[in-house]
Each structure stands twice: as C-alpha cells, then as structure tokens.
Design a binder for this molecule. Structure first.
Ligand code: BG6
Length: 497
C-alpha cells in the first residue's frame, strides 16, 4: 500500500475526495489549482468526485463558478485548457455544513453512497476540530476501511496538544490511513534529495563526519505574516517553520539509507535522526540560538511595516519571526558536525537551500593564500530555480595564472536541464500520493511528536530566560547576532544567491 511508484506515472485511484474548509485560503490558493493540474495531466481517475464543504452558503453552480474564478487567477492562461476545466468543474459538488454538529453528516453519507467509493477526507480547518469531524463522519457511516484522512499543520502547539489531536484522529483512523501534510516533502527538489543521496555512490561514501565539516539549511521568505497575526503570534517562527519544514529537511539530509522506499522504512530512519538531535541546554542558548523580530524596512524598494505594526498587532509581543541555531545529530555519522539552521520572515530574498560543506583538502599543494578555497560545497536549491550545484576547484585559465585555483559550479538547473517538464506544485504531488494510498511523503505520528519534544525543550528554556527577541530591519538577513553565531566558529552563511 505504501510503496512509492519507482517507475513513473500512475493516476489517482478510484476514490472520492471530501474537502473540509473548501472556501478557505489553502483550498482556494493551492488545493483546487493543484487538483486542476492533476485533471489536466490525466492523473485524476475519471470517476473521482470532489465535494467542497464549508459553513457558508453556496449551491453547486455558485461554488463551481467560484472555483473557476480562482483557477483563472491561479493557473497560467495557457494551462487553463477549456476541456479540462469543464471536466474538472463537472466533478465538483458543494455542501454547506456545520462541521462540529453531527446532524448534517447524513447528507455527506448520502453523497458518498451515490457512488459507494472510499472517501479521502481532507481537513483544511483548525486542528482543534479534527477530532469532531472524524467522529461525526464515523457516526454517520461515511467511512469504510479504505477511507483516508489528510491533515494540515500545525498539529498542535506543543507535544501535549499535538498528542491530544492525534489521539482524537486515532480513535477513528488507524495510523496507516492518516496523511499528515508537510508540504515541503512534496517539493520536487526535496524528493530529489532522496534520489541524490541514495542513487549516487559518489555521495554515499562521502556523506558523514569524515568528509563533511558542516551543514547549512536556510529557509528565507520575503513575506511577513500575511494578515495571520492571530495564528502567527501564538506560534512564532520556531513552531511555524522549524518544528516541521526545517526539521524534515534536516532529517532527509541526515538520515541513514532506508532498507527500501517503503513509507515506514523511510520514516523509521527519520525518527532515528529526530531522537538523536542534540537537546539545547541553558548555556547553549546565548551562544547557539538567536531569536529575531523584524522592524520596519525595505524589500525590493518598497517600505514594509515592522512586526509590531502589522494589522491586529499586540505591540509588546516577544514572538520571534526569525530563528537561527546551531544544532547537531548525536550519532556516528554526524558526530561533531554542526547543523546551522536559519529561517525568517521579511528577508531580502525568498530562498530555501541546503548547503553541504565538505572538509578541506588534507594534503594541500597549491598557493598557500588559496588554502581556504580547497573544499567542495554541494548546494541544493529547493526554491526558487530548483537545482543542484557542486562547487569544485579548477585551474584558473590564462598564461599568467600559473596553478592559481578557481572555484566554479557543476550546475544542474532543473528548469534548463528539463525545459519541457513543468515542476509541479508540492500539493499536486501530495494529493496524488494520497489518492494512490502512498504514505512515504507524509509525516508519521512519532515524527511529529519527537519534533515537538525537541522544540518544547527549547521553548521552555526561552520562557525561563524571558528575553525579548533581537530586532532586525525588514529586508536584512536577520539580527547581527545570527552572523556572529556562525562566525564564532570561523564560518559564514552561504550567500551566493
Ligand atoms: C507554511 C507556513 O507552512 O509555509 C508559512 O505556515 C510559510 O508561514 C510557508 O510562509 C512557506 O512555504 P513555501 O512553500 O512558500 O516556502
């Protein structure tokens, strides 16, 4: 059931999809456009029906008109093929429902029974009502032993609240039918990490503390909190980005080779990494972790407000919009190798990348002034301009250069290497995998919980210290202290964007 497709195309299976929160931002911005792309590519089973559920009033026609409007906004005109659009809209039904009250669910059961196919239930709603929805679906007889549930982050606020939510889901759905989304796992280059690491013998032999000096993971965004003060101020960048996306990236970089591509083989290896993450102790806080909060500044020539001036802001908030940290994985493979993580809002660029810094050449015979050059870097660019570059050293050309060295990339840029291939949005891949019943790109309960445990420990230490975050102007790379954090180790953040 959970073996990924090793060889290529396969369409979604015969299921129907019920989407709770169909008028919400995620559904409109990502889910309907992604489902449309699957339609266009012939990857939706011809019989699959889509049910949009929301509290607001609509009928099938007005809801389809709304989805059409969304698609016109979100899908490139040359990709909005008329026939595919008509086929797609014809699959969609709408139902108004108060999600927490059991009464309305008989209508959901009726809708399901019309076709009698297993239902995939996508919950794009607040996590606190996941349990209610699951129970209501079960009591109304909407589920069978092939039904699946897809849930979005944030799953909880800490380990205890996440366990409560997972328990509530778990009383209705066994773990093998729960699909926890971390949309970073659906990104093309993130999947490529698995291919790159485990298909290339060259990297297989080098991927450890003997050859790698340190690892950097940067996930920088230009956007601020985009009108989400209520959510973001309770969460902060650690819960919003590190607990999930950055730790998942770290796991894919650090995990041991799984025995095969089965979902549980991969997830077992990720869990081992999470268990081996170095916990933060009080003395590490001042040195190895920097929390920041943006003040007003300029991005792309436009003035933007500071965090405390955002709409709805509570002006004495200490919530962080930036975190940089130095951590490590306490096992044989990574002993002594620092992992520097950094993520923030209102940075000068939107960029997500992993940089693997290999150790310097042990026996060096070139110009002593160029000693520091003699190391390779592998830059894995997740977005934008997805690609992989290996920085290598060659001889600088020219008669007057002698044996001067020059650093240059061996570059695989996915857009130019595969110009005819459209790089799909993460949600397209994730939706397709759920329909096929494949779990390897979804997060297992123990992964979520180990990640929370590690973050809870850090948050508790922050709370004890009760220090305000350091300020950084919007449009900068974060507080100066985050640069000092890495330079104190004689290194610097890779900034060749
Ligand atoms: C979400 C966070 O999970 O990821 C957002 O809640 C963040 O705050 C977003 O902006 C970033 O995703 P991406 O794919 O644009 O890097």
């Amino acid at each position: 059931m959970s073996q990924p497709n090793r060889s290529g195309r396969a369409s979604g299976a015969e299921i129907d999809l019920a989407l709770f929160g169909a008028l919400g931002d995620l559904a409109q911005r990502k889910l309907f456009p992604s489902l449309f792309h699957l339609e266009r590519e012939g990857l939706l089973d011809p019989a699959t029906r889509l049910l949009g559920l929301a509290r607001q009033e609509h009928d099938n026609d007005s809801f389809r008109a709304l989805v059409e409007k969304t698609l016109k906004l979100r899908v490139k005109p040359e990709e909005l093929d008329r026939e595919a659009l008509e086929r797609f809209l014809a699959r969609i039904d709408f139902m108004q429902l108060d999600f927490t009250r059991p009464e309305g669910y008989a209508a959901v059961q009726e809708w399901r029974q019309e076709a009698g196919r297993p239902m995939v239930v996508y919950l794009s709603v607040a996590a606190r009502i996941y349990g209610d929805i699951c129970r209501n679906l079960q009591s109304a007889g909407c589920l069978d032993d092939e039904s699946r549930v897809v849930v979005e982050k944030p799953i909880g606020y800490d380990l205890a609240s996440s366990a409560e939510i997972n328990d509530a889901i778990g009383t209705v759905f066994p773990e093998s039918r729960v699909y926890r989304i971390d949309h970073y796992l659906g990104k093309e280059t993130v999947q490529n990490l698995i291919a790159m690491r485990f298909a290339n013998p060259l990297f297989g032999t080098q991927w450890n503390q003997n050859h790698i000096s340190h690892v950097e993971i940067t996930v920088a965004e230009k956007v601020g909190i985009e009108g989400r003060w209520g959510y973001f101020d309770d969460a902060g960048q650690l819960r919003d980005m590190v607990q999930n996306h950055l730790l998942q990236l770290l796991c894919l970089v650090a995990m041991d080779p799984p025995a095969n591509l089965d979902a549980d083989a991969i997830r077992d290896e990720k869990v081992k990494v999470l268990k081996a993450l170095k916990p933060f102790t009080d003395d590490m806080l001042g040195r190895d972790v920097v929390r920041g909060q943006y003040t007003a500044g300029t991005i792309d020539g436009q003035g933007v407000p500071g965090y405390l001036e955002e709409e709805g802001a509570n002006t004495d908030s200490h919530t962080e919009s930036f975190v940089a940290m130095k951590t490590g994985v306490d096992n044989w493979r990574w002993a002594g190798v620092p992992f520097y993580l950094r993520t923030g809002k209102r940075m000068p660029e939107k960029v997500s990348q992993i940089v693997i810094h290999f150790r310097q050449q042990a026996h060096y015979i070139f110009d002593p002034d160029q000693r520091d050059l003699a190391a390779n870097k592998l830059v894995i660019r997740l977005q934008p301009e997805e690609g992989i570059a290996l920085e290598v050293l060659t001889k600088d050309s020219g008669l007057d250069k002698g044996m001067r060295l020059r650093r240059g990339p061996l570059h695989l840029d996915f857009h130019s290497a595969f110009p005819k291939t459209r790089i799909p949005d993460a949600y397209e891949r994730l939706l397709l995998e759920v329909m096929k019943g494949q779990q390897y790109l979804f997060v297992r309960r123990d992964e979520v919980e180990h990640a929370w445990q590690w973050c809870d420990n850090l948050i508790a230490a922050w709370e004890d210290r009760d220090e305000p975050p350091r300020r950084y102007p919007a449009g900068s790379w974060g507080p100066v202290a985050s640069i000092a954090m890495i330079t104190q180790d004689g290194r610097s953040w890779y900034e060749d964007y």
